[in-house]
Write a protein of this length. Sequence first.
Length: 233
Amino acid sequence: MRDSFPALATTVTGTGPGLLLAHGATGSIEGNFAPVLPALAAAHTVVAPDYPGSGRTPVAAAPLDLDALADAVVDSAVRRGVGRFAVLGFSLGTLVAVRAAVRHPERVTALVLTAGFARPDDHLLGLLPGWRAAVDPALHPHIDLIPSLDTTADLAGVAVPTLVVATTADSMVLPDGSRALAAGIRGARYTEVDSDHVVMAERPDAWLTPVLDFLHSLSLAGGRDLPGGRAGG
């Protein structure tokens, strides 16, 4: 599987503690995070990889697999000298983030999970055929991955500070998915934003307030266990 998985096209911006982004299905770093990237990079080294088929990353030669995707996202940071980091996941990216935290506990120091879920509900599954028909075929593997996803058993294994942000007017991923994440992760903080799915574009300031407050609280905690910046400074 690893041989069929392309290296992820990745940008790195900013300085400070590491912050690794995991975007949504059929999205991209540009499409999901462009309005908030400057604010995130103001105090963090932001590592921003695009999944296979998104941005400048080639399509994978085999169907996507969550473990391989999580590993590739983590590897995109490690290859660029960012060895420890918080992971900020959106939608599908919340499952990537959770799986990364469980598979790479030595690297992941915190999670921010926005508009997420641990497994797809009937509402989301019902949207997949129409969604698939409307997008570039290069992105079909993102959608085809969704029915097989289930990180419910991973949640109890998340042992890092976590913020869950629910989007309460979400027409794609219902807020119950975020509530289940918060309930399943010990000590998770939970907040809500009245927004449709891509809250970073629809209500960037309302989303940035709790996210930056949470990331700042990690820095206030101090010590060497915080997300690490790029090796060598």
